[in-house]
Design a binder for this molecule. Sequence first.
Ligand code: MEV
Length: 314
Amino acid sequence: MKSIASAPGKIILAGEHFVVHGTKSILCSINMRVNVTAEFMSKKIIITSDICNVIIDDLSDNTINIIRPFICIIKKIFNKYNYVGGIKIIIKSDIPVGVGLGSSSACCVAVAASVSGLFGKITKKCIVELAKEGEKTIFENTSGADCTICTYGGIIEYDKKFGFKKINTNKKINLLVINSMTRHSTDLTVKKVMKFKHDNKKHFDLLCKKELLLIKKLKHSLINNNLNSIGTQMKKNQEYLRQIGVSNKTIDNLIRQVNYISYGAKITGAGDGGCIIVLIDKQNEDKLINSINENYKCFQIENERHGVTVNKQN
Ligand code: MEV
């Protein structure tokens, strides 16, 4: 039997970094996905993807960084069901890695869902918890926001204390992603913001308050599909992210370049490189893409309603 799970990538419309420090964020799943197929083997652990091809004898081998989150997740599931055999996992993803589109969270979610699927039914609540444990092996300060959106899908408001609430809107949001082609480390960027907070307590607290206000307005704008107001909140959020030091010259230049033809643009995810998202009318997309330096990769995305799914195949 094979258990096949699929999880979406994500963007953050507002609140990245601030959410780690107890404020809220608004996230949205996107129409790029990772698919994971899991299958029992008599022995050995085999994990293959576009970026790794690993065979280990058992789960006590914790030496290979790239698969550490998956080993953590598999171990927890095997322990729960007292299973001591092997497993083969194949990961196929169309989400670019390390640029703020949720590739690692979507992988953790899909691995948790597909491996659990081999043993029976599993709730989304359990999938998120397993995925977060996996993610913590590479990034211990995670707010849990990314794993939550990749599991539940749609558009959500999230905070660490109260979890998530769905934001009800059926409207498609047309976004252009511009990949600055510099990968970032979420762990390091989050640590950089912690230092900023430590050195600039008053400034950071003020930005947290402003961020909360912005998120309230953004939520209303999304429900009313008010593109001008959504764009305005994205621009404001980008300015707050710049002030806490997670933008850079390349990103600042790109943002300036796209603002004239779009409703607004901002970093998505950890920043310090990675992607920006641009809220733009479809008819203006080509003009914008043609004006962007060809070293940067541009692609169109939409919000996606479906979170993680699991199917079994005999
Ligand atoms: C990363 O996609 C989002 C951050 O806010 C980290 C987190 O929420 O865990 C930077």
